[in-house]
Design a protein around this ligand. Structure first.
Ligand SMILES: *Cc1c(COP(=O)(O)O)cnc(C)c1O
Length: 391
């Protein structure tokens, strides 16, 4: 590959483009993590995170990738051999299932076609059959990053209530937090799993568990062995602004800046911006004559669009052409849809012109890679963006 100039377009659905303001905020001396300045930093961040997560309970911050927070949710809230209900919405649901199974949970993993979200009626049916209340948790991925499909978390909660079932509700929001509407307190979510490198606009390296009082109470009798991940120890230390072990200081500087940026824009405006850019991306895809992987318009993701290749064409070859010719990275097809699908990430620090550039790269790539498509995707997107109402 020859030397490339200009800014690289990182249009994978996470890690996302880190804004300069956050990079600058992180470029600061490390401070004493047992000193007073650090305590002020922690307390400001924890208060801010509660507003971002929309939770009155506790937010626990781990120096770990999102997978660490998946494991933390399991080992804190549950016990070995517990029965849990999970749904195969795509690759990320499958990975969380594998962690749960490897840890020793008894998982009812309901198969799916990777083109739909969780069906609340299926949740209700399974829970209604479980008269002895053996199922201890329903575990769902809110935004399935591998397919660009959203599950209706409020609907899942209503299904659990209709079945009169006391299971915990645990939700992965790693690719929807701070980009799409999500209300754990209102929807009765007990554990929310989040990560730093997507809607929060930070580099990879931090992840979160937002914990309800019910989940915290359940953790008192949960029997998985744990030490590093233990919520209670973290929550106790956090009360005075400290951590039980050395925190990722400079990522926390970045997190403080990210919270400020999200609140300057306003969370509802952040969500509306993502909705608008996602709709424009889908209009381009349709005009190109290509097919979205997500089949249900009510379940379209506002952070990532997964696009099926025409029969006989390789998604990875297209991505390679686009990377080499136009200096843009797109998301690869994962697991079952490898090489069949490519994904456009449109989340985080992202705007109209960045989307326009992204779509131009895709359209030029389709032509350069010899993929059949209809011209006009770009103008379909631009026409929409030019007239779409700004919240
Ligand atoms: C990115 C992502 C993860 C994985 O997070 P890592 O930081 O790679 O461990 C989990 N779930 C979803 C929905 C994601 O988008």
């Amino acid at each position: 590959m020859s030397a490339q100039r200009g800014r690289h377009f990182l249009q994978i659905p996470g890690p996302t483009n880190v804004p300069d303001r956050i990079l600058r905020a992180m470029d600061a001396p490390v401070i004493d993590h047992r000193g007073p300045e650090f305590a002020r930093l922690t307390l400001e961040i924890l208060e801010g995170l509660k507003r971002i997560f929309k939770i009155s309970g506790h937010v626990v911050i781990y120096p770990a990738s999102g997978s660490g927070a998946w494991e933390a949710a399991v080992v804190n809230a549950l016990s070995p051999g517990d029965k849990v209900l999970m749904f195969e919405t795509g690759q990320f649901a499958t990975l969380w299932f594998q962690i749960a199974a490897q840890l020793g949970l008894n998982v009812d993993f309901v198969p799916g076609d990777w083109r739909h979200g969780v069906d609340p009626a299926a949740v209700e049916a399974r829970l209604a059959e479980d008269r002895k209340h053996e199922i201890k948790a329903v575990m769902v991925v809110h935004n399935e990053t591998s397919t660009g499909t959203v599950s209706d978390i409020a609907g899942v909660r209503q299904a659990m209530d209709r079945a009169g079932h006391p299971a915990l509700l645990m939700v992965d929001t790693i690719s929807s937090l701070a980009s799409m509407d999500y209300r754990p307190d209102e929807w009765g979510v007990d554990v929310t799993v989040g990560g730093s490198q997507k809607g929060l606009m930070l580099p990879p390296g931090l992840s979160f568990n937002a914990v309800s009082d019910k989940a915290l109470a359940a953790s008192e009798s949960a029997r998985f062995p744990k030490s590093y991940w233990r919520w209670q120890e973290m929550i106790n230390a956090n009360k005075s602004g400290f951590f039980p072990y050395t925190p990722a200081t400079n990522l926390l500087y970045g997190l403080r800046e990210a919270i400020r940026m999200l609140e300057e824009e306003g969370l509802e405006q952040v969500f509306a911006r993502h909705d608008r850019l996602a709709e424009a991306a889908r209009r381009a895809v349709r005009a190109w004559g290509l097919e979205l992987l997500c089949l249900n318009p009510d379940e379209y993701s506002s952070t990532v669009t997964a696009i099926l290749m025409p029969e006989g064409h390789s998604a990875d070859k297209l991505r390679k052409v686009i990377l080499e010719r136009f200096n843009m990275s797109l998301g690869t097809g994962l697991g079952r849809v490898k090489d069949r699908v490519f994904r456009i990430g449109h989340l985080g620090d992202f705007n109209e012109l960045m989307l326009a550039g992204t779509l131009c790269g895709v359209e030029m790539g389709l032509a350069a890679a010899g993929v059949p498509y209809v011209k006009g995707g770009i103008s379909a997107a631009l026409d929409y963006l030019a007239t779409a109402a700004i919240a």
